[in-house]
Design a protein around this ligand. Structure first.
Ligand code: NAD
Ligand code: DAU
Length: 364
């Protein structure tokens, strides 16, 4: 990656995707990386343990809502690019209460952009030409598709349905406006459902793995025929680095795995992978633990997203075969029980009990 900036700020770098991105930058480029992370229930220093080149990584514990801190980090580390991932990211939590989503996703993005704009304005002409702010957003801003509708494109209307999606859409608008109004060199990306190592066990795949192994019910919301487009986190990170390297300021790039699955099909595939890797002692399949539960309010029926623009303009495409990525992910969780225990804070467990309480019983 010849054209990457040499000093990069990653916000949310202690989370699932952010830590995969910091690892990739650390292992495959020469860039110096600063991680700015508040370490909420979803952020963990463990996620950044064992970097290949720790001397090129700095961790700052802080909040993107703190404009002065953002400004100080940008100046002190002579930041040439920002990859903004810090966010509240779980739809179900946004349904229980959206305050933190408004605060971090909207206000935090605004404050970070304001700090980055001031930093950008003070750069040399050469520095300004190189500077990029990549805002990492989600396909959920486009709302829900009917079964026969074409995948979302960058021109699809923005119709967020959950408080999480609405907060991300609001942030997207602020970033876009900073480009249009102030010439701030921002790029937006909207990606589909990521999977892979180090995803918090509140999202579907790690929830299924953790509860299957604990012999608890595997909760499927509603009929389980909702469709998501799955992409391996490393493919997402490669797309972000390609966008940083060669994307055009002011543009939106959609990122997807071209891998639509119903939740039921995905969960059955996960159960089959677990049957293969760690069969139940009683010989029954893990799928026997599947239980349909009340649907998520406002549950989007289908996401599908076209990465054609990214493929044509920047030559990126997802390369991880889904079955292989899923099997590798299952093996990672099986080998990292200590990680699961470490990220399961009291705060996380309280949310899970509230979310799944009536279904949290062990089946053994
Ligand atoms: P995550 O919840 O695993 O991690 C979020 C990180 O942000 C955590 O480390 C957390 O501590 C940090 N954070 C939260 N509030 C902060 C604040 N105020 N200041 C600084 N740090 C803060 O989320 P993720 O799944 O890794 O998602 C990362 C980004 O990618 C988010 O912006 C999300 O909207 C976006 N995204 C996620 C997916 C997905 O499938 N997970 C898909 C598309 C886009
Ligand atoms: O599409 C991108 C988005 O993907 C990201 O922007 C979000 O940050 C990320 O959390 C994810 O959102 P989803 O709501 O799609 O992911 P989640 O893993 O929560 O749920 C996936 C699907 O599985 C969804 O249709 C709801 C369903 N589900 C989820 C859980 C946690 C269940 O049926 N049971 C569950 O217990």
């Amino acid at each position: 990656m010849a054209n990457l900036p040499s000093s990069i700020l990653v916000t949310g770098g202690a989370g699932f995707i952010g830590s995969a991105l910091v690892r990739m930058l650390n292992e495959t480029t020469d860039a110096r990386v600063v991680t700015l992370d508040k370490l909420t229930y979803a952020g963990h220093r463990e996620n950044l343990a064992g970097l290949a080149h720790p001397e090129r990584h700095t961790f700052v514990h802080g909040d993107v809502c703190d404009r002065a801190l953002c400004a100080a980090v940008l100046a002190e580390h002579r930041v040439e690019a920002v990859l903004h991932l810090a966010a509240e990211s779980h739809v179900d939590r946004s349904i229980v209460g959206a305050d933190a989503f408004v605060e971090t996703n909207i206000v935090g993005t605004h404050r970070l952009v304001e700090a980055a704009r001031a930093h950008f304005s003070a750069l040399s002409a050469e520095g300004r030409a190189r500077f990029r702010f990549v805002h990492v957003s989600t396909d959920e801003v486009y709302g829900s598709l009917a079964p026969n509708e074409l995948p979302f494109t960058e021109k699809s209307p923005v119709r967020p349905n959950s408080p999480y999606a609405a907060s991300k859409a609001a942030a997207d608008h602020l970033v876009r406006a900073a480009h249009r109004t102030h010439g701030f060199p921002a790029i937006l990306t909207n990606c589909s459902n990521n999977y892979g190592p180090r995803q918090m066990p509140e999202k579907l795949i790690p929830v299924v793995i953790e509860r299957a192994l604990a012999r608890m019910s595997i909760p499927i919301y509603g009929d389980g025929l909702q469709v998501r487009d799955w992409i391996h986190v490393d493919d997402h990170c490669r797309a972000l680095l390609r966008v940083l390297e060669a994307g055009r300021a002011g543009e939106v790039y959609n990122i997807g795995g071209d891998c639509e699955r119903t939740n039921l099909a995905l969960v059955r595939a996960l159960c089959a992978a677990l049957d293969h890797e760690r069969p139940r002692a009683d010989g029954a399949g893990y799928a026997a633990q599947i239980e349909h539960v009340a649907d998520r309010p406002g549950h989007d029926r289908r996401y599908a997203i076209s990465s054609a623009k990214l493929a044509h303009e920047l030559g990126w495409r997802a390369t991880t075969p889904f079955e292989q990525g899923l099997a590798d992910t299952v093996r990672w969780y099986l080998a990292n029980g200590a990680w699961l225990a470490a990220v399961s804070s009291a705060e996380h467990r309280a949310f899970m009990a509230r979310q799944y309480g009536p279904h949290a019983r062990s089946l053994t």
